[in-house]
Design a protein around this ligand. Structure first.
Ligand code: PAF
Length: 280
């Protein structure tokens, strides 16, 4: 296990590695949970070296309070990482190291992927994600980089980033890991009260029922039905539910068998914003 904090240390470590070896990168913002560990385990299996970055990226937070409340658990994260492998490289820089005193995002054109769903409700979020992911990919030059499907829109945007910037990396999307209740694992779940955490299981339950219904009912009907279901749960405030095609993330009215679709939701449980999605 090597813990490095500076780009200088990162560069000298990378220079010392045999160039024929493969590198897996798992970018994280810390507050690690089993979802992250599944990405890291996959990276360890598929690569000679695995770098886990831990950096709470300020430019992707549209909400200052959300950034301030974001858990900082570096010591616990390091212990968890040790339990996965002794051989990880942990890159945990500070904001100055990454942004050199200019904490701002670049502006990207992700061909419309950035304007829907999370992009509609979180202004500037995907410019921040693009900025940090491009920096991390350029700094570490990995063979493969791993991202969870819980942030499916982010995953598609990162694929687009790699395409438009022509970056020599394979992006690997990994399945959502869920709590026994079905709630998608997220660092934000720690902020839920015990009762809201139980209630939040309703999110995945509704997505699963929506998936069943889409076989026999229209898209419009299923969306209307899901909104009605959420309205019966006043502790969960539905921000959006969308049924979109996986490639362009555009809302659809009809489903055809040759295209892949997903249903996406964003829900407030108290002041905690949760997102989830399901392949249809
Ligand atoms: O998914 C996340 O945790 C973040 O958006 C990422 C990819 C680490 C970029 O900061």
């Amino acid at each position: 296990m090597q813990l490095i904090n500076t780009i200088k240390e990162l560069n000298s470590l990378l220079e010392s590695l045999d160039k024929s070896k493969t590198i897996g990168l798992v970018p994280t913002m810390g507050a690690l949970h089993l979802g992250h560990l599944s990405l890291i385990e996959q990276a360890v299996k598929e690569n000679d070296f695995t770098i886990v970055s831990i950096f709470v990226n300020p430019t992707q937070f549209d909400n200052k309070e959300d950034l301030a409340k974001y858990p900082n658990t570096l010591n616990e994260d390091i212990s968890l990482l040790k339990s996965v492998s002794d051989n990880l490289i942990i890159f945990a820089p500070n904001a100055n190291e990454i942004y050199s005193g200019n904490i701002s995002s670049q502006s990207y054109d992700f061909e419309g992927l950035e304007n829907v769903m999370e992009g509609e409700f979180r202004e500037g979020h995907f410019n921040g994600v693009g900025t940090i992911v491009e920096k991390l990919l350029t700094l570490t030059n990995p063979t493969r980089a791993y991202f969870g499907e819980k942030d499916f829109q982010q995953l598609q945007i990162i694929r687009k980033l790699v395409e438009i910037k022509n970056l020599p990396v394979t992006i690997i999307g990994c399945p959502i890991v869920r709590e026994p209740s079905g709630l998608a694992m997220s660092s934000r779940n720690e902020r839920l009260s015990e009762s809201l955490r139980k209630e939040a299981a309703f999110i995945y339950k509704t997505l699963k029922s929506a998936k069943e219904k889409i076989g026999t009912k229209s898209v419009g009907y299923v969306i209307h039905w899901a909104k009605e279901e959420f309205s019966k749960h006043p502790s969960l405030d539905l921000e959006y539910i969308k049924i979109v095609d996986e490639a362009k993330l555009q809302a659809v009215d009809t489903i055809d068998k040759s295209t892949k679709y997903r249903a996406f939701v964003a829900v407030y449980a108290g002041d905690v914003r949760l997102i989830d999605n399901i392949a249809l």
